[in-house]
Design a binder for this molecule. Structure first.
Ligand code: SAM
Length: 282
C-alpha cells in the first residue's frame, strides 16, 4: 500500500483505535489508499466542491477525497469508535474535514454544506438503497447534489443502470434514469474489503440532470411504475387495472400495447403513461 498522505496506514489506524469491524454497522472497510483515491477521482472534479460522505469509518475514502483536492468534506459516521481516527485526518487537513457523529438517516447535512455539492460514499449496504431513493426524490428538482458516487452490492448497481428487457429493470432503474445519468464506474471483488462481504460490489456514479429526461408528475410516475412492477409478469392492462377503469385506452393513448409487460416498457413510455393517467383523471 503506497502512501497518499503523511498519515499512518489504515491497518495501523484500525489497530490503534480498536475499530474491529462490526457486522451490525455494515462495516466492510477499504484499506488500500490507491483504491480509495481511484474512487475519489471517479466522483468528478473535487477542488471546487463540498463533499458529503456517509460512513467514513476509519477514513480510507475520506483520505482519498482530501488527497484528490476536495474543497471540504462533511462526513457523517454513526460509530463513535471511528471519531478519534477521523479527528487525526482533520488535523492533517486543517479546516477541510468536518465530522458528525450521528445517523445519516437522521442528520440534515445541508446546514453544513455549500454548493456545489457532491456525494461520495462506501455505504453500509443496509441503508444504501434507502439513501439513494431519498436523494433521487427530493421535493424539488434539481437536487442539492451535482453527483452521487456510491458503492453498492453489484446486483443493486445493475438494477440502477438496467435497460428495458432485462430482469434487473424495474423501479430503481426508472427512478435513477428519469432524473440522473447513472453509470457503473468500478467493479470490486469481495477481497477488496476487510472483512470481505459475501457479495461483489460496484461503484455507481450518478450525475443529476438539470431537468427530468421526460415530462411526468413524480408522484403519478411513481404510482404507475410501482403498480406495473408489483405484478411484473402480468400484462399491463391487468397489472394497472386499479389506476383507471379505462386503462386499455389510457395505455393506447400513451403508445403502449395493453398486452405488454412492465419489463418491456422504456422510461419514455412510463412517462407518457403517467401523463396519460393524469390526463384521464382531469
Ligand atoms: N468508508 C469506509 C471505507 O470505505 O472503508 C467504511 C465503509 S463501511 C462499508 C460503512 C460505514 O458506515 C461504517 O463505518 C459504519 O459504521 C457506517 N454506518 C453504518 N450505518 C450508518 C448510519 N446509519 N449513518 C452513518 N454511518 C453509518
Amino acid at each position: 500500500m503506497s502512501q497518499i498522505d503523511g498519515l499512518p496506514p489504515l491497518r495501523e489506524v484500525i489497530a490503534t483505535h480498536g475499530i474491529a469491524a462490526k457486522k451490525s454497522l455494515g462495516q466492510n472497510f477499504l484499506l488500500d489508499l490507491n483504491l480509495t483515491a481511484r474512487i475519489a477521482r471517479s466522483a468528478g472534479s473535487l477542488p471546487d466542491c463540498d463533499i458529503l460522505e456517509i460512513g467514513p469509518g476509519p477514513g480510507g475514502l475520506t483520505r482519498g477525497l482530501l488527497a484528490e483536492g476536495a474543497r471540504r468534506v462533511m462526513a457523517i459516521e454513526k460509530d463513535s469508535r471511528c471519531i478519534a481516527a477521523l479527528d487525526e485526518i482533520s488535523a492533517a487537513y486543517p479546516g477541510r474535514l468536518h465530522v458528525i457523529n450521528g445517523d445519516a438517516l437522521e442528520v440534515d447535512p445541508l446546514a453544513h454544506l455549500t454548493p456545489p455539492i457532491r456525494v461520495a460514499a462506501n455505504l453500509p449496504y443496509n441503508i444504501g438503497t434507502e439513501l439513494l431513493v431519498r436523494w433521487l426524490t427530493p421535493p424539488a428538482w434539481p437536487p442539492f447534489w451535482e453527483s452521487l458516487t456510491l458503492m453498492f452490492q453489484r446486483e443493486v448497481a445493475q438494477r440502477i443502470v438496467a435497460e428495458p428487457g432485462s430482469k434487473a429493470y424495474g423501479r430503481l432503474a426508472i427512478l435513477a434514469q428519469w432524473r440522473s445519468d447513472p453509470h457503473i464506474v468500478l467493479d470490486l471483488p469481495p477481497e477488496a474489503f476487510t472483512p470481505p462481504p459475501k457479495v461483489s460490489s460496484a461503484v455507481v456514479h450518478l450525475t443529476a440532470l438539470p431537468k427530468p429526461r421526460f415530462e411526468a408528475d413524480a408522484q403519478t410516475l411513481s404510482t404507475v411504475v410501482a403498480a406495473a412492477f408489483n405484478q411484473r409478469r402480468k400484462m399491463l392492462r391487468s397489472a394497472l387495472k386499479s389506476l383507471s377503469p379505462e386503462i386499455e385506452d389510457v395505455l393506447l393513448s400513451a403508445g403502449i400495447k395493453p398486452t405488454e409487460r412492465a419489463e418491456q416498457v422504456p422510461l419514455e413510455g412510463f412517462c407518457a403513461l403517467a401523463r396519460a393517467v393524469d390526463a384521464a383523471k382531469a
